[in-house]
Design a binder for this molecule. Structure first.
Ligand SMILES: Nc1ncnc2c1ncn2[C@@H]1O[C@H](COP(=O)(O)OP(=O)(O)OP(=O)(O)O)[C@@H](O)[C@H]1O
Ligand SMILES: [Mg+2]
Length: 259
């Protein structure tokens, strides 16, 4: 894994100009927070509140209108190549290449990093095996179930050994049992590898199950609440769910979340 560095978000703002109408759309109002190396963080927020936009800036696909995201003092959108292999994302759609086998899909990121071929193959095998797909190395995406395809996408993300792992609604479309298994594996592997993990989810249950911390975004994105889960016991789950739900609905922090 690359050297761990915090993610520092300061005065972040993003306004899009719609191509058809020329109208300005504020996707991110203002965000300020910091994620420490090795933290496992869930982001929840209403649809259209700017969560994916936040990820787009974090992976360097978009530049902010104002403010910054810095990782180890550098910005992903300003230094795209410098971040190659340091951040990996699992998306809602698996985004596998249909003409490549599972093994070759996982190899893709390693090819881009310029690893020797033998090492690409070895590492891809290893990660596919770790995700329970050791017998499906040569299978093509259309031969795999949705859950299996998402496992390939997870293997592909982990294989580059990134310091930061992102998941954007990566498990929501699978059945509940598969989703919670994959989510636990994703988080478990991130922890075992000392990586920072940030997961976007619509489902509060999923966010609460994830671990250290929940960031609740307003619409357009502001930080409504920064919930540290270690402050709550197992009995508090129902209260947490209600309080976060109320925060999302009213677009202001529910007093039960103030500690
Ligand atoms: N490239 C773009 N051009 C113009 N507007 C955009 C662009 N990308 C996103 N938006 C707008 O910015 C806002 C935030 O979108 P975003 O995709 O970040 O939301 P989200 O929180 O990920 O939503 P969801 O939960 O539905 O995935 C929306 O109003 C969206 O229409
Ligand atoms: Mg989104």
């Amino acid at each position: 894994m690359s050297a761990p560095a915090p993610i520092e978000v300061a005065g972040l703002r993003k306004v899009y100009r719609q191509t058809t109408t020329g109208e300005a759309v504020t996707a991110i109002q203002q965000l300020d927070f910091r994620i420490e190396p090795g933290e496992v963080v869930a982001i929840v927020g209403q649809t259209g509140c700017g969560k994916s936009t936040f990820f787009d800036i974090l992976i360097g696909l978009e530049a902010p209108t104002a403010g910054s995201i810095e990782i180890g003092g550098r910005t992903p959108y300003g230094d795209f190549d410098g971040f190659r292999g340091r951040i990996a994302t699992v998306f809602q759609q698996d985004r596998l290449l249909p003409w490549r086998s599972a093994l070759d899909n996982v190899r893709l990121g390693l090819e881009m990093l310029g690893l020797p071929e033998a090492q690409q193959v070895e590492r891809s095998r290893e990660w596919l095996a770790r995700l329970g797909l050791g017998d499906f190395l040569q299978a093509y995406p259309h031969e795999l179930s949705g859950g299996m395809r998402q496992r390939v996408a997870i293997a592909r993300a982990f294989a580059v050994q990134p310091g930061i792992l992102l998941a954007d609604e990566a498990f929501g479309h699978l059945d509940e049992v598969t989703a919670s298994q994959l989510r636990d594996e994703f988080v478990g592997l991130a922890r075992a590898n000392g990586a920072t993990a940030v997961l976007i989810t619509h489902q509060l249950e999923e966010a609460i199950g994830i671990g250290n911390r929940i960031l609740v975004f307003g619409k357009p994105a502001t930080l409504l609440a920064d919930v540290r889960l270690d402050g709550y016991g197992a009995d508090d789950t129902a209260l947490l769910r209600e309080a976060i739900q109320a925060t999302l609905q009213t677009n202001r922090i529910d007093p039960r979340l103030l500690q």
